[in-house]
Design a protein around this ligand. Structure first.
Ligand code: FES
Ligand code: FE2
Length: 441
């Protein structure tokens, strides 16, 4: 449970807020690279952390992210023409480059004495961007504190090993992110119902489902490290063994999913607030050991694993407005929610907590340890920054070189040893395979 003031601090990320200032110390994805498909292609609206922006790819291929409002008379540059090294406002033709500099004021004689000074003053806000892991990332913080990009494995591996997507989520970022560290809900929200549904699963997964359904009260171990938190839920497996699902949360808004066995494709998500009542969930799947196959990519594109089935605006087909197409017969006989898709099941239940979940009215128990540790981590970091102490993770890209996943291990094994057995390192760190080094540089 949080106080009302703590809940506000956790959830508000607009300009001038403490959490907004924390987010602004990190790079974050703002678009899929494929949304700016070509040089001089159509500009795209981007709203992030309560700021209204426009992205465009200029003639040289550089991605620009600038404030949407034209300084002349406030027209929205989304309607602008992207041409010859800049975006030109559709109202009276003022033109700006990816760095926000005004290149031209065609409504004035260029030899007028006031032309130069006015053009200099017409600079618009522009944020640095990078292309990394098939996302366009932006940095919205103070230039003097600009960090390196985080060394996340999905972005370090070659493009053939990776699939990325995004989806709109119609609630505050924090309750959606909390869903990723609250892995106890797998025993319920995502559970298949009935022997028939379980029989259709691959045998190794059916066994895990059996453990998850039989043990709805996993014991949590949470370990803090330089990049964030390890959140491990241990459930009873067969005699003398524990079935561990080990997630990672990486500052300030990334999670790595707990469900993969060694060698399987990994999944992760990043929550980027649009405003305080909606966010983008950038989603990535990657396999460090092999390129992804066509069938696997097609399954992700169709809403498989933790990806969502979306329309041309990246809004899920099953969403708040249509009650996620809940099927009550399926809920009786096939799965716990009657909603199709892991991602949609998560979205439905997270959205249902409210546009901004009221954490002053909760009854947390032992399986909510991950949720409360995440809140403490974020609130402390926001308070520290407000007091002048910058987040160390932002300047430590290698702290993001960690993995998540499952393992079945003897129950007597200490947690550090469980981690080492699964990942070769007690915090889940990985070494990049030589074949990916070139892509990473
Ligand atoms: S409002 Fe943009 S050029 Fe006039
Ligand atoms: Fe979930």
């Amino acid at each position: 449970m949080l106080t009302s003031a703590q809940n506000d601090m956790l959830t508000r990320t607009g300009p001038g807020t403490a959490m907004g200032a924390l987010f602004r110390r990190f790079w974050m994805p703002v678009l899929l690279s494929r949304e700016l498909a070509e040089a001089d292609g159509p500009p795209v609206r981007v709203s992030v952390l309560g700021e209204e922006l426009v992205a465009f790819r200029d003639s040289t291929g550089s991605a620009g992210l600038v404030e949407a409002r034209c300084p002349h008379r406030g027209a929205n540059l989304f309607f602008g023409r992207n041409e010859e090294g800049g975006i030109r406002c559709a109202y009276h033709g003022w033109k700006f480059d990816v760095r926000g500099r005004c290149l031209e004021i065609p409504t004035m004689a260029s030899d007028a004495p006031t032309y130069g000074p006015l053009r200099a003053r017409a600079q618009i806000a522009a944020y640095p961007t990078r292309e990394w892991g098939d996302f366009i990332w932006a940095y919205l913080g103070p230039v003097e504190a600009m960090p390196p990009l985080p060394d996340m494995e999905f972005a370090l591996v070659g493009a053939a090993h990776r699939y990325v997507s995004k989806k709109l989520q119609e609630c505050n970022w924090a309750q959606s992110a909390e869903g990723a560290v609250d892995t106890a809900h797998f025993s319920f929200l995502h559970a298949p119902i009935g022997a028939d549904a379980i029989a259709k699963l691959p045998p190794a997964y059916a066994e895990q489902v059996r453990w998850m359904k039989a043990d709805g009260a996993p014991r949590y171990t949470v370990v803090e490290h330089d990049g964030g938190l390890i959140l491990a839920g241990g459930r009873h497996a067969d005699e003398g063994e524990t079935y561990w699902r080990i997630a990672q949360y990486l500052m300030p808004n990334h999670s790595l999913a707990p469900g993969g066995a060694a060698g399987q494709t990994c999944h992760g998500q990043t929550w980027v607030p649009i405003d305080d009542t909606s966010c983008w969930v950038f989603t990535y799947s990657w396999n460090p050991d092999r390129p992804l196959g066509e069938a696997e990519r097609a399954a992700f594109a169709g809403g498989g694993a933790i990806h969502s089935e979306v329309d041309e605006h990246y809004a899920p087909l099953r969403r708040r407005a249509n009650d996620y197409l809940i099927d009550r017969a399926a809920q009786k006989h096939e799965n716990f929610t009657g909603i199709k898709g892991i991602s949609e099941q998560d979205a439905a239940i997270q959205d249902s907590q409210g546009l901004i979940h009221d954490r002053t009215r909760e009854m947390l128990g032992p399986t909510d340890l991950g949720v409360s540790r995440l809140r403490v981590l974020m609130l402390e970091a926001a308070r520290d920054l407000a007091a002048g102490k910058a987040p160390e993770a932002a300047m430590n890209p290698s702290a993001y070189r960690v993995r998540s996943g499952l393992i079945v291990a003897p129950s007597a094994l200490a947690f550090d040893e469980v981690m080492t057995r699964r990942f070769g390192h007690p915090k889940g760190r990985f070494d990049l395979a030589p074949e990916h080094q070139a892509a990473a540089e």
